[in-house]
Design a protein around this ligand. Structure first.
Ligand code: CYC
Length: 184
């Protein structure tokens, strides 16, 4: 498992080079934006159960066969596994976002996941849809663009200092996309 710093060391070592100007500039950026990153991780972590349950119910609303006999979220045991997987995926995304590197997500969560899902008959397209909904709501929480209309009674706005979170939000989006393509 790597983070932004160890990644810079490993890549420089692979080239038998010293840490270059551009790597240092990128790390300086990582440090300078550290608080934004922590706020973004907090936005995901403190809304995790809401983000997951919303995504799984949205996925089911669009495809109600999932909770009927023969569907992969039927019976309750499978529904519980599905919700648990949503929590797992979101947790690894929060780790990757904290580290500024996707390797923890790749090595500990995505490695072999598609094969496991195929073996168990978990529908990959539905799983990808749930991840896509988690992406939308997580990025809204990070950017504070979530609305009471979408949040309903559980509406929760993060109270962070206003600023430009577009870079950290798009980095988070890239980790969700990574999962969707790993299941594709
Ligand atoms: C550390 C990382 C890690 C991951 C990622 C992980 C995933 C994972 N999900 C599983 C099952 C499962 N995953 C789902 C998920 C779903 N079904 C659907 O229809 C939806 C599309 C989707 C939810 C969004 C279901 C229903 C099962 C149980 C399948 C079964 O037992 O028939 C299993 C099989 C073992 C078990 O049931 O616990 C694994 C290993 N386990 C891990 O330890």
């Amino acid at each position: 498992m790597l983070d932004a710093f160890s990644r810079a060391v490993v890549s420089a070592d692979a080239k038998t080079a010293t840490i270059g100007e551009s790597e240092l500039a990128a790390l300086r950026q990582y440090v300078a934006n550290g608080n934004k990153r922590l706020d973004a991780v907090n936005a995901i972590a403190s809304n995790a159960s809401c983000i997951v349950s919303d995504a799984v119910s949205g996925m089911i609303c669009e495809n109600t066969g999932l909770i009927q006999a023969g569907g992969n979220c039927y019976p309750n045991r499978r529904m519980a596994s599905c919700l648990r997987d949503g929590e797992i995926v979101l947790r690894y995304i929060s780790y990757a976002l904290l580290a500024g590197d996707a390797s923890v997500l790749d090595d500990r969560c995505l490695n072999g996941l598609k094969e496991t899902y195929i073996a168990l008959g978990v529908p990959l397209q539905s799983a990808g849809r749930a991840v896509a909904i988690m992406k939308a709501s997580s990025c809204a929480h990070i950017s504070e663009t979530n609305t009471p209309g979408m949040g309903g009674t559980r509406f929760n706005k993060m109270e962070t200092i206003q600023g430009d979170c577009s870079a950290v939000a798009s980095e988070a989006a890239s980790y969700f996309d990574r999962i969707i393509s790993a299941l594709g």
